[in-house]
Design a protein around this ligand. Structure first.
Ligand SMILES: [Zn+2]
Ligand SMILES: [Zn+2]
Length: 257
């Protein structure tokens, strides 16, 4: 399973993009940079998109993506919680902010189609077994474990604050891709906003290793670039303390599991 991170940050600039990952070129996780971070030929290869939640930094790429499918007569298949699909249909694809792509050009063949995912009900999507699990954020949100036909798994947390160990017994990832939006100076505020810092991540990873007997490589994402130097230093320290493989994601990063 080949994973490409093409959006790894919590703020956009010419060098940084909102959250978006791609598995084997066909399954996208989050749509922050789904259009701005991919060529048109790469966009056309995508069979399905999993959304972690409704926030713009994870969903905004759908606006351009669905405009393209509207123009070329195809459909983008998007999987998400019911709350996420409803929020985007009501507040974005409503004929005011963006066209009603869930009903146009035709109800039976729209440019954008939402499919409801429920937590802890695995579904096969584009040939992968997808398990959504609830996380701690300011709106309904999930993380995903995606497992290939060969049995390799990647876990993507989406946006979350601390408190994930209750899920560990159901998950068996070969790679963790985890929220780390802020540096440790933000540790008091981050849980209320539904995000992580290296300091908050430490007990989660310790508990993972205790419960599972292993700790896979960890890639941190969603960093706010203004704090990235601090986060980098703190992550080097954390990796040393835990004797673990922990790195920061970046746009264009490729990993294979
Ligand atoms: Zn969010
Ligand atoms: Zn976010």
């Amino acid at each position: 399973m080949k994973i490409k991170i093409f959006g790894a940050h919590g703020l956009e600039s010419t060098e940084t993009k909102f959250m978006s990952l791609l598995i084997d070129e066909v399954l996208a996780l989050d749509a922050g940079a789904l259009a701005a971070g991919l060529s048109f030929s790469d966009q056309e290869k995508i069979k399905a998109v999993l959304l972690s939640h409704s926030h713009a930094d994870h969903a905004m790429g759908l606006a351009s993506f669905a405009m393209r499918t509207f123009v070329d007569g195809s459909t983008v298949e998007v999987y998400a919680l019911k709350e996420t699909g409803d929020a985007l249909t009501t507040h974005v694809f409503n004929g005011v902010i963006d066209p009603e792509f869930t009903r146009k050009p035709a109800t039976e063949k729209p440019a954008l189609r939402f499919h409801v995912l429920e937590t802890y009900k695995p579904q096969v999507i584009a040939g992968y077994t997808v398990l959504a699990f609830p996380v701690h954020h300011s709106v309904p949100a999930v993380g995903y474990q995606v497992t290939s036909a060969e049995g390799k798994s990647v876990l993507y947390s989406g946006d979350t604050g601390p408190g994930l160990p209750s899920h560990w017994e159901y998950l068996h990832p070969d790679l963790l891709i985890f929220d780390c939006a802020g540096s440790n100076r933000w540790s008091a505020r981050a849980p209320g906003l539904g995000h992580m810092t290296p300091e908050l991540l430490k007990p989660e990873l310790i508990e993972f290793r205790q419960r599972k007997g292993y700790l896979p490589p960890v890639i941190l994402v969603h960093m706010f670039p203004l704090w990235e130097n601090e986060i980098t230093e703190e992550v080097v320290e954390l990796a040393g303390e835990l004797d673990a493989e922990i790195s920061l994601g970046y746009e264009g990063m490729k990993v294979e599991v």
